[in-house]
Design a protein around this ligand. Structure first.
Ligand code: NAD
Length: 283
């Protein structure tokens, strides 16, 4: 009988892209708490350094902050050299960098008789540049780090990749067509890569967070002036059977499970962590 715990994650070297963000910080703390060695990668080095300091202080883990752009292979390769030099070969990659853009967000949920005279406020006014940015960040920003760090895992026949999907990957959310389609591509890619790597002992899975109040979605969910929920924020709460937004710490347990050998026969899955949102038809 095996002794089930996350003890196998101790001293594992974990790269966390977008690690300077809200969800990244929470996952880094979780990894630190089980003794993993963590490289926090972020486009904004000051964000990465801040998270690294907090995680070091709170967990005593070995953590480094590294500046890297997930859309630039050379930048990822330089980061890889630093990480191998300071922490050792990479065992785990979490593709956390991602997000939406207001330029790829419609003002209205529906085209109606009331707004048909202002079509630029609907799908027709979306900026291609915004679409490009969102697709690049979410899809290419997962693909490229996996190419760089996954190569070494496949060669060593050991490793785990964890992607970050979203609720909108299963059913698109209104107003954010680029982000929905881009996250949907993450689910598909997770399955594709899981199959491709399966014979080399490298697993690929994803978590799909429900609704968490963070920098990228706050403008849609909370009224800046009154701090009250927007009608969209209220709809989300109504559509979440547990009746609340998630706390970033709520993602840690599922993440550790998918990274640990506890789930060693699990590959190609996308696990919702959403208070029941994805299961609920609203009726
Ligand atoms: P966040 O905006 O707080 O953090 C994202 C981090 O990525 C930032 O520190 C940013 O500097 C960094 N980043 C941006 N572009 C980068 C690039 N080119 N290279 C390297 N780093 C870059 O976002 P978050 O809420 O922590 O989201 C993390 C992940 O979770 C994203 O993939 C997001 O789409 C996903 N997600 C978030 C929610 C939510 O409710 N917040 C829900 C579902 C999925």
């Amino acid at each position: 009988m095996e002794n089930y715990s996350f003890a196998d994650l101790k001293n594992k070297v974990c790269v966390l892209t977008g690690g300077g963000g809200v969800i990244g910080a929470s996952l880094a703390k979780g990894l630190g708490s089980v003794g993993a060695k963590i490289a926090i990668l972020d486009l904004k080095i000051e964000f990465a350094e801040k998270v690294a300091d907090i995680v070091k202080q709170e967990t005593g883990a070995e953590v480094i902050a590294v500046e890297a752009n997930v859309l630039d292979k050379a930048s990822l390769q330089s980061a890889q050299k630093i990480i191998i030099d300071k922490l050792g070969p990479v065992d785990i990659l979490i593709n956390g960098a991602g997000g939406n853009s207001p330029k790829a967000t419609t003002k209205h949920e529906f085209i109606t008789e009331e707004n048909v005279s202002a079509l630029d406020e609907t799908f027709f006014g979306l900026e291609i540049e915004g679409f490009q940015k969102v697709f690049d960040l979410n899809f290419l920003g997962t693909l490229l780090p996996t190419m760089v760090f996954g190569r070494e895992m496949v060669t060593r026949k050991s490793g785990v990749v964890l992607n970050i999907s979203s609720m909108n990957a299963f059913r698109p959310l209104t107003k954010i067509p680029a982000y929905s389609a881009a996250k949907s591509s993450i689910n598909n890619f997770t399955q594709w890569l899981a199959v491709h790597f399966a014979k080399m002992n490298v697993r690929v899975n994803a978590i799909a967070p429900g609704f968490f109040l963070t920098n990228q979605n706050r403008f849609l969910l909370v009224d800046e002036k009154t701090n009250e929920l927007t009608p969209r924020g209220q709809k989300i709460i109504n559509g979440t059977p547990m009746g609340k937004f998630g706390e970033p710490e709520d993602l840690v347990g599922t993440t550790l499970y998918l990274l640990s050998d506890v789930s060693k026969f699990v590959t190609g899955v996308v696990i919702p962590v959403d208070g029941g949102f994805n299961a609920y038809s609203g009726v």
